[in-house]
Structures are given as structure tokens and as C-alpha cells.
Design a protein around this ligand. Sequence first.
Ligand SMILES: *[C@@H]1O[C@H](CO)[C@@H](O)[C@H](O)[C@H]1NC(C)=O
Ligand SMILES: *[C@@H]1O[C@H](CO)[C@@H](O)[C@H](O)[C@H]1NC(C)=O
Ligand SMILES: *[C@@H]1O[C@H](CO)[C@@H](O)[C@H](O)[C@H]1NC(C)=O
Length: 527
Amino acid sequence: MGGKEAEASKSGGLFWRLLVSLIAALVIATVVLTILRDLHYFKKHRAPTHPINKKYADALQIALQFFDVQKSGKLVDNRISWRGDSGLEDGSEANLDLSKGMYDAGDSMKFGFPMAFTATILSWAILEYGDQMNAVKQLEYAHNSLRWITDFLLNAHPSENVLYIQVGDPEIDHKCWERPETMSEKRPLIQVNTTFPGTEVAAETAAAMASASLVFKQIDPAYSNSLLMHARQLFAFADTFRGCYSISIPQVQNFYNSSGYGDELLWAASWLFHATKDESYLNYVTQQNGKIFGNWDSPTWFSWDDKLAGTQVLLSRLMFFGSIEMSTVENLYLQMYRETAEILMCTLLPDSPTATSERTPGGLIWVTEWNPLQHPVASAFLAILYSDYMLTSRTETLYCSGNSYKPDDLRNFAISQADYVLGTNPMKLSYLVGYGSSYPQHVHHRGSSIPVDADTGCKDGFKWLYSKNPNPNVAVGALVGGPSFNESYSDERSNVKQSEPSTYNTALIVALLSGLLTTSSVVQSYT
Ligand SMILES: *[C@@H]1O[C@H](CO)[C@@H](O)[C@H](O)[C@H]1NC(C)=O
Ligand SMILES: *[C@@H]1O[C@H](CO)[C@@H](O)[C@H](O)[C@H]1NC(C)=O
Ligand SMILES: *[C@@H]1O[C@H](CO)[C@@H](O)[C@H](O)[C@H]1NC(C)=O
């Protein structure tokens, strides 16, 4: 080009001068656009640059409907023909409106601990993969479902150190088999407070609100601010009045017993740091509390009870994208979280030297008899995140005891778990209800099992539980418990371990499927 420029200036030809200006303008425009993109100027709803995988898009569109199946309260834009208003008086004994929120599983309980976890996972999925969800027109459904839970959580936190964590009494609730629309039993409330603290549930609720505040930041700033204020208060309550919620409230032990609160404290502080950029939350996870609760180098399974693996992956972000100034000490400790996340990734990769043996012959991660699919799906979600963090930060290699792996290896693991769930399994059964040609017909779910026009009450409703007929209403989007270790599945309502779905299971599969919609980079910062 130099020669041509020289020629242009020598001859003074208009054509060459125009051409040079045009090229210069193009170069400048490209540079400016690149800078703007890097500044996330176009962060809101960039169109994914790679093609959308139709299978996962179809499955996502189905999975998200389960949140509509589980909604309590006065329904808005109801998509499920067999659902109606219910739980309208919930909270009234404390003069609170706790009518919204979601029923936990096949029953009509609102358990605050797993419900908050559901919201946190849904927020995380939206923050990472909202553009992809938007490209398949599912983002608005995800927003609406998330808000349906956070509306409930906000109302459940009426003052700084009080949080309502349960609506309904399982002892009463489980003595009936009826549709939520017709239930008439008492729906007592349980709270945690300074004398009966509940660190895990308060911290998980803080995590849910902090992550959701990021989701709603641009859409509804006032709502987002309110979420953040509640999140800060709840975290302070959780941390100041430390106590295991299942010791304060022993009744919860039979349902969502907690194995400890250290993981929720770190998880909530990590989300609060992402949401506020307030150093004190970073200090929280990188100093004393990290050392006590971090359990570095010993990865555990990510679940509604154990948030450590999620925390490790979430904090790895800060190292991958290095967007903040950190002290050497902070760096060192964040490195511990990332290393632990890497160890976990190495256990997930099926041919790594440190691969976990907790797998079925067909390759499904399998850890527990009750609700077995929660672990493979949660693990696959973390793997797809880690893969995308590597890809986006141009980190080419993950080392596992000397062997090297690529982001695609993690993605392939995630795909293997998702495909198993969707029907690539010995039973040739999709464990996602409503997806594919063959899926469970006897899901352990009251509303799904009782005909809408059946005139039954509390006790005589049990005939629908024991009926041999398939469910009259499809619990669309339910992710059932899943197969046994030998990969058999017995499609019976009474087989609760395998046939009961849960709202948090659906949040996990929604998150996984969103990550599989297409290959594209993730945002480098949520804000
Ligand atoms: C604190 O919570 C416990 C357990 O839910 C409850 O029994 C007690 O009444 C609460 N305290 C107050 C002052 O409401
Ligand atoms: C609940 O968890 C605690 C602490 O991990 C444990 O000691 C207790 O036995 C558990 N309770 C039940 C009913 O499993
Ligand atoms: C598979 O495991 C389940 C649950 O442990 C058991 O009931 C069933 O008989 C086993 N099936 C086969 C074919 O081994």
C-alpha cells in the first residue's frame, strides 16, 4: 500500500485519495467497534454467531414450562391448561403475601431453601446464556419465572433478621393427595430469626437475590436495587447469627436437611461480589472464611445442599477474565478455588486419569439413589461453563495428571449427560417429561395425576396416586428423579426416588440446555 500512497500523493489523483480515506475509515471503524464490543457495549442480546442446535432449543422450550406447572398464586399468562390459581392465602397468618413462589416437587410445599437455589441457578443461566435463550425466544419465560420466585422471596423477608423459609406443613400436606387448586388445609409458616437462625437458607436467599439483581439491573433498576438491598441484609443476618437451619428447625431434616452452612456463606459472598464489586465480599471468600469453609483441593458434588463446586467455578471467572484489581493474597486464594474447580473438571472427563468411577455403565454420572439426575445435570452445567470460560479467555488446555484436554472435551462430556437425559440411554426414554416420543407417564406429581374435573378432596385423592393409568395431565418440563445405577427405570408413581420431579432439577436442566444451544463466547463481566 505504501507505494500506492506515494503514487497518490505524487499524482494528487482524487481517486487514490478517496480510496486511502475509505480504507483508513474502515480500519478506524473496525478498531472502534472492537473496542466497543470489548466494553460490552453490545452486551444486551448480541445475536449468537454460531448456529442454534434445534434439539436443545426444543428441549429448553419444554423444560422452562415446568416452572409454570409449579407456580402458586394468582396466575398471569398461564401456559398450562390444567393449572389454576392456588395458595392465594399463603402468608396471611403473618400479614404477608406469600402467594407466589413455586411448589417444590410433586407436593404442594414451598420450601425456601431449594426454592432459593432454583432462583440462583436460573439467574446464573440467564447471566451466562441469556443471549442464547433470547435467540430461541425463551428469555422472557425465564425472566418471568425467576421473578415469580424473587417476588416471593422479597415478601418472605419482612425485616432485617427475619426470613420465612417454609409455607405449609409437610406432615399435613403429605397426608393428602389433591390438586393445589383445591387444597383447603392449614398452611402454617416457619421463620428463622436471631434466636432460631438459619444460615444456609438466609445465605442461599441472599445468593438468589444478588444474582437476580444482576439479571434485572437493566430491565428494572428499582427492582434490582431492592433485591440487592435485601441480599446484603440477608447475608449479614446469615453471617452474624450463625446456625444450621436444620438444627434450629428440626422438622426440615426429613426433607431438605443441610450438611452445613459454610458453602452457602462463600457462595452468597461470591454472588454479592459479582453484584456489587464491593471488596469486602471478595475479602470474605479469600480470607479466614475461605480457609475454614473452602475445602480446597477436595471437590464435592454440586447440589441444593452443597454449593462449593458452584462457588469454585463462579470465582474462577475472576481469574479467567482478570477484570478486577486484586492483591497478591486475593489472587493466591482465588487460585485455590480455580484449582479445585479444575480438579473437579478432571473427575468429570470420562477418560481422564482422575475420572470419577461414580458413573453408570452407559456413562451417566450417578451418585445417589434419590433423584439421581440432579448430579449429572448439575455437573454438566458446571462443565459447560468451564469450557466456555476457557474458550472465551483463550485458555487452550486443561491438564489432568499430565494429560491435556481442550474446552471441547468438557463440552462433549456435558453433551453426553444431556443426551442421556433426553433419550440416548438403554431405556430409550427421555427423562424430561414432554420431550421426545417416549417419556415417563406416571410422574409422582399431584396436579399431573388428578383429572382437573375430579371431585376429590384430601384423602380420597389417593386413588389417583395408586391408579395404574397414566397421568391425565402432562407435567411438561419435569425432570424426573431418573434411572437406577443399572440404568433401569420403573415408571410408577409410588417409585418416589425415581419418578418425582423437583423445581430445582428443572432449573439445572434449563441451565445446561441453555449452555448447549450454541457454541459462543460468554460475557466477561455480568455488569
Ligand atoms: C423465631 O423462630 C422460631 C422458629 O421458627 C419461632 O418459634 C419463634 O416464634 C420466632 N420468634 C419470634 C420472636 O417470632
Ligand atoms: C441432618 O444433617 C445433620 C448434619 O449433617 C446430621 O447430623 C443429621 O443426622 C441429619 N438428619 C437426618 C434426619 O438425616
Ligand atoms: C436394577 O436396580 C433396581 C434398583 O436397585 C432393581 O430393583 C432392579 O431389579 C435391577 N434390575 C436389574 C435388571 O438388575
